[in-house]
Design a protein around this ligand. Structure first.
Ligand code: ZN
Length: 395
């Protein structure tokens, strides 16, 4: 199904509408409107408000007293990959720890895969995410780690999303195990030149066993010089320089933020960098949860995303992450839904998505529930029953 520009559709009889505009409805950050309607014109939101006052439109959809929320903005995933790490997960759940090294397994499988296999795998998981309400996704390279394989991953990703991140610095390529400096030179040189045309962002896994602070700075600075914007895998497995480096370089997002000092939290609170929390990773590695409450209380902008990848967080479900964030990270249901929509948009420095306000992109999800709170209240239940993206109904 697709909508022609200018065609208007009203979704009416919405019990509870999340707009993420605090000037609307109840005045909360979610801008909740009860008994609401939304008008879509072409690919944009044209009107929101009281259901009884909705203007006449070409088409009409009755929400039947259910909730509508902005489509989820999943600002962190790794979906250009091949292979499977079931055995590693099984072993970990039987007592073994997680280190950055397991990535090598996926690198070998990804290099061996055809373009068609990688694209088929990517679109499979993108569709899976769409069915669960995700209307915008970011995805990365990072399982190729050669000039050709990284550029190929980004070319395939760019065919399906405009939020593409160059992550040649995921780990030091096994081919350069004895000479990490030469690998950093490749990532900041020939590989960057080949990858930059397909990407908007540059990322680095700043962690023991991956890249240290000096290497991360060199990589992000080289990317910035090529017109890419930084984001950082920071402070996931241990304390380290990633978060402060991200803030210093005005990265859009510092992702994971599981091990933070007070100075790290203060830096995030005083900068523009969003803290993106990825509880699927802690769930799937039985690791300590990031403390969302601490960040929110300090005034940090928090995003919530899946980190969908075959090694450490193989879930494409934002609703699952919302439930974890509420149950185990100290977030309220309102905060978790905001972070998975408007927060994700902030982590991608986007203002046209993550909200349902006049002029925003018509990306929205209809829940089989009267309220967004059910996303945490009814964990594991597939509540997303309708999805519109760019004004077209896709689910
Ligand atoms: Zn990641």
């Amino acid at each position: 199904m697709s909508s022609t520009t200018g065609t208007t559709t009203v979704i009416t009889n919405i019990a509870s509408l999340v707009t993420n505009d605090p000037s609307l409805g109840d005045g909360s950050p979610l801008g909740l409107i009860q008994d609401a309607a939304v008008v879509i014109e072409g690919d944009r939101i044209a009107w929101t408000g009281d259901s009884r006052k909705a203007p006449a439109t070409d088409n009409r959809v009755d929400a039947g007293g259910r909730a509508v929320i902005p489509g989820f903005v999943d600002s962190h995933s790794h979906l250009v990959f091949a292979g499977d790490r079931t055995q590693e997960f099984n072993a970990r759940m039987s007592g073994r720890g997680y280190t950055a090294g397991g990535i090598r397994t996926t690198v070998a499988a990804t290099r061996a895969a055809s373009d068609e296999d990688l694209e088929r795998n990517l679109t499979h998981y993108l569709h899976e995410a769409l069915r669960q309400g995700t209307t915008t996704f970011e995805t990365k390279s990072g399982y190729g780690l050669t000039v050709e394989d990284e550029a190929r991953a980004l070319r395939i990703a760019a065919a399906h999303t405009d939020e593409v991140t160059y992550l040649g610095a995921h780990i030091v390529s096994p081919d350069y195990a004895d000479d990490p400096a030469a690998y950093v030179a490749l990532v900041t040189g020939e590989m960057l030149d080949a990858c930059a045309p397909y990407a908007r962002w540059i990322d680095v896994f700043c962690e023991k066993g991956a890249f240290d602070g000096d290497q991360a700075r060199a990589i992000l600075t080289a990317g910035t010089a090529k017109g890419l914007h930084p984001r950082v895998h920071a402070n996931q497995l241990s304390y380290g320089p990633g978060v402060q480096l991200a803030v210093e370089l005005d990265a859009a997002s510092a992702d994971h933020c599981t091990h933070l000092t007070d100075a790290d939290v203060e830096a995030l609170a005083n900068g523009r960098t969003v803290a993106t929390l990825l509880p699927g990773a802690e769930f799937s590695t039985r690791a300590e949860w990031p403390d969302a409450r601490r960040l929110l209380d300090a005034g940090v902008t928090v995003a919530l995303s899946t980190d969908c990848n075959p090694g450490s967080s193989f879930t494409s479900s934002v609703p699952f992450c919302i439930a974890l964030a509420v149950r185990d990270m100290g977030m309220t249901p309102d905060e978790a839904v905001w972070s998975a929509t408007a927060g994700g948009a902030a982590a991608l420095r986007r203002t046209d998505i993550g909200r349902l306000t006049v002029g925003a992109r018509a990306d929205l999800a209809l829940l089989d529930a009267p309220s967004h709170v059910h996303l945490a209240y009814r964990p594991g239940v597939p509540l997303v029953t309708g999805v519109w993206r760019r004004g077209a109904r896709e689910v």
